[in-house]
Ligand binder design. Sequence first.
Ligand SMILES: NC(=O)c1ccc[n+]([C@@H]2O[C@H](COP(=O)([O-])OP(=O)(O)OC[C@H]3O[C@@H](n4cnc5c(N)ncnc54)[C@H](O)[C@@H]3O)[C@@H](O)[C@H]2O)c1
Length: 337
Amino acid sequence: MERTVLVTGGAGYVGSHIVVALARAGSTPIVLDNFANSSRTVLPRLRRMTGNDVPLIDADVRDRAALERAFRTHHVDAVVHCAALKAVGESGARPLAYYDNNVGGSIALAQSMQAAGVRTLVFSSSATVYGQPESNPVTEDAPPRPASVYGRTKRAVELILEDLAASDASWHVALLRYFNPAGADASGEIGEAPSNAPNNLLPILAEVAAGRRPWIEVFGDDYATADGTGVRDYIHVTDLAAGHVDALSLLERQPGVTTLNLGMGRGCSVLEVIAAFERACGKPLQRRIAPRRPGDIAVCYADPARANALLRWRAKLDLDAICTDAWRWRKATQTSD
Ligand SMILES: NC(=O)c1ccc[n+]([C@@H]2O[C@H](COP(=O)([O-])OP(=O)(O)OC[C@H]3O[C@@H](n4cnc5c(N)ncnc54)[C@H](O)[C@@H]3O)[C@@H](O)[C@H]2O)c1
């Protein structure tokens, strides 16, 4: 389906893959980013990959004047809102910056959409809104109990969008709760390239494999899991991006708010991920067991049945594909270190 879609945070990790997925599905993506955690160098890559002149709006999502200019300049059918700060640890130290950016930015965006008459919004939420789930797999009906400032910014935006849609039936909103996005586009052209230090397991493993770090720290091997390490639901970023294209199709016929888990529906332990990365890079990776990090939970994986049914979407790429693609991307970026 041809639509023009504004992707906030479109130069970032997940956003850049969404831009590609949209273009491959025949839509016209526009990127809005302030490069707080990404680089302008992704734009020529996106243009090469999509064969389109992906327009860039170099702006902060909190800047209403810039947003309103963007909506006047481009006919936008829908918005995918990825722009946010996402470092859980940092969010506790800088709560005002996180609320301002993530919640303030979402309010400014919704106000500008309202003024421009654009009412279709896909929001990048997170499994972190669940906090410590009572049971796994986690369904969308599990009570949200975010355990970090970052998680609370995501939950706050969900509530704001629910209130907005309750006040005005013309809104069509999808709250997509991502589990653990990982991997990279199979082309090796785009991947996770944060300007801030990486926090996630896969980019850190890639640094160990590339010789940039001596070992991976495994935070806790005494959880009540099969091998004692934390279990998460890793979803290939290409599968995740495809879920956004399908969510936009759903929103064409579905008003109100639809909340969906996007995950594989399977948990993998830290040691399983290390073993898969070792297969992908063909060498052993040193690890050190470190104490549990405060706030970390033992197990969290998705029940993706609602997304499977409503979107006719399913995550297809497994952990080996995730690690192979993450390692290919790491090698492709090696020369720029
Ligand atoms: N990667 C994950 O593990 C994960 C998991 C669950 C949810 N999410 C959410 O998905 C979204 C995308 O995450 P990501 O991993 O691609 O992160 P990312 O940091 O790579 O991308 C976010 C992008 O938003 C931009 N940005 C941040 N604040 C902005 C602002 N005020 N104005 C304009 N641009 C701004 C950054 O420069 C960056 O390009 C975020 O909302 C994040 O909270 C990510």
